[in-house]
Design a protein around this ligand. Sequence first.
Ligand SMILES: [Zn+2]
Ligand SMILES: [Zn+2]
Length: 368
Amino acid sequence: MSRTARAVVLEEFGAPLSLRTFEVPAAPAGGMVVACRHGGVCGTDLHLAQGHLPIPVPLVLGHEGLGTVEEFGPGTAARDAAGRELRVGDTVMWASSIACGTCVPCRLHREPTLCENRRTYGVNRPLDGGSELAGAWAEAIVLHEGATVVRIDDAVDPLAAMAFACAGPTVVHALYERRPVRVGEVVVVQGAGPVGLAAAALAQLAGAAKVIVVGGPQGRLDLAAKAGIGDVHIDITGPGGAAAALERVREETGGRGADLVIECAGVPVAVAQGLTLARRGGSYLVIGQYTDAGDTLLNPHQIVYRQLDVVGSWAFTGAHLTEYVQLLPALTARFDLRSLVTSYPLAEHGTALADVAGGATLKAVLSS
Ligand SMILES: [Zn+2]
Ligand SMILES: [Zn+2]
């Protein structure tokens, strides 16, 4: 009983993507085949398609996904990453990466997010690497032994779950492990993309007294406000320019600065600005600079004068995805995550990518 699945393939950097059809293989030992329903388009995908990161091609793109378990391979434990029973037909999300478990960061430094041999669906699993259907922009994905798979509660809208598919676990890693939000803190979030809004929403859930989102453009901030994310929204692209916007942020923090500033903007200049928004003795958590966008000029005196804890956070592991999924009932009860998402048919991948690049949508997903 063979079946085929269509998938979006990055054939070569900078060229249009293609939609190809592949045979769906039998589920591998210890793994499973999942019928993809939604594959998220992430800012990183735009960089991948342009060749800004050294990845092997051709490959099926999509490192964020949600789908339905179709078939277990021989010997696969029918349990999800939280230990719950898993059956064919269950709705699941899966972690993009599998850490090797044997490199020095994995084994000695206890930091699997920093694994030197991460194998990532939709990023570094090329068509000729032994498994063609290895990305989420497809009608099926083959997950291998060691993949983190977690069941989604039936009550959670799958499209709402996709709003922060990659951003959510990224922020969970940063806020659970690198610098937690404490009850009653004033938090500034720089950036109003998915990572910024995930950071703002999680800070609110964690008990922040006030969450100030500084980003843009205004339409994006309005969308966030409507979804219940952030208490104050300041447009840094407005007519007054960045200086006026930053002054307003300072006013909103009582002139002292925030207890915690979370950088989710991804542009290097944001770091120089963010250092000046934290109070003396506060913290600066840098998440957004995932892609190397180059050098920037900053005043290091700000770090000493303000006596800042400056903390970086890189990517996430399967544990963080599992924790994000466990937060989804609370997140979706408080915030309208579904309103942040635009769904496109798989064949309209070109439009989806263009809309993400042009800022026409906050979060695009390819649906099959
Ligand atoms: Zn991503
Ligand atoms: Zn490793």
